[in-house]
Write a protein that binds this ligand. Sequence first.
Ligand code: ZN
Length: 416
Amino acid sequence: MSSYVRGQILSRPRRAQMQQKYGASVEEEMLKSLLKLFIHQERKFVNLVIEGCNSKRACCFTDAFVELEAYQKNRFEEPIPDRHGVFMTDIIDTAILERFISSGTEAVDLHHVEPFLAMLDFIHDRRRHGKAICKILKNSGETPVTVALTEHLFSQLLTSKNYRVDSFSKDLPKKCPCGCNADIKSGTTSMGSRFTWHGRVDVLLNQTIAVHTLKEGDDSSAGDTPLNTQDTEDLETQDLQPVAKKPKVVGVNHKKGKDPLYNLHVLDQIVAETVTNGFSQVGKQASLSDLLIPTLGTTSEYFTIFLYDPVNDILLQDTLRFGIWEYPEDAKLNMFSVVCLWLFLNFTSFVLKTSKWRNEVETVESQFHKIMDRKLERYKEISTESSPLHMHQTLKEMESSYGEILDLTCQRIKKD
Ligand SMILES: [Zn+2]
């Protein structure tokens, strides 16, 4: 019996459970409303082009340098084209969402039972998770942000609930500090190779998605513009123009300024992690080819989503950050942001293959392939779990764990 057929058979009782628990429930209604909002919103990803970077030099993420430009078709022509970037709805399989909106849990096909169940469970427990995150965030530092959001938000939206926090994180607790007694899972989060950008990411979700966490006040470059470019600033301003039919997205803060997610050095690191992880994942699982692989950058208040397809060399970032809170004082999560997060964290279920949407939406390559030129092979050879052993490695290095080798090379000092 093929694993596909076996999966289908196993999913049937799970679907029955889901229907029994959530059929005609308030959670089902809420998810329908959120998906309706998703389908009618007009949030976009900006199509990023790398003008220059130090990816050939094989440095650690903390030393990565990336000069970005936002691609904009006919940018100097009048009238200004009304379409910039890629709508979220361009790259998400909205047919699945439409079916849920019309028929709820009954319409969920066997392939999508687990992700829908994860989202419905989260909606059911949203207040508990919101309070748990707030409780943990009362402690200062970067690790509480990592632990709170990983344990009580990101991993909850995954079907596997699987994650790994960098075991070198400062003061990493063994149990969740909210009092729920969950084990905080940690381990090596190294990626890349000695011939590429490399280092440890803060969290690996499902061994696939990298997360870069920051605490508020990490900003050290007041006055930086978002995404390293003035052009993106223009794009953002246009995005902020009132659009009559655009529904109000609750809780998304439009203010700019001292936010670590707009810090140029932080963005350099996240882009390097996004690209490196993209290649790692495709190197490890060929089924991820032709897909945009997400990487998150997050503070306790906002997150941003980067997407990179290493096969087609497409790099995207959401144009506005997503607000995590609707009413932070009441520990009330912004459920629209949570739904967007859920769709992208479960990208293998909801994001369309790039070859399916790319003919409809004009995009350009990030130029990473062109910059790497013949050395692109170095990136194609890496994978997250283990690195191919290179001839130059000594026996001693081969005996050490891959993570240790990278740590030695990298000498990454955690921010504290
Ligand atoms: Zn907890």
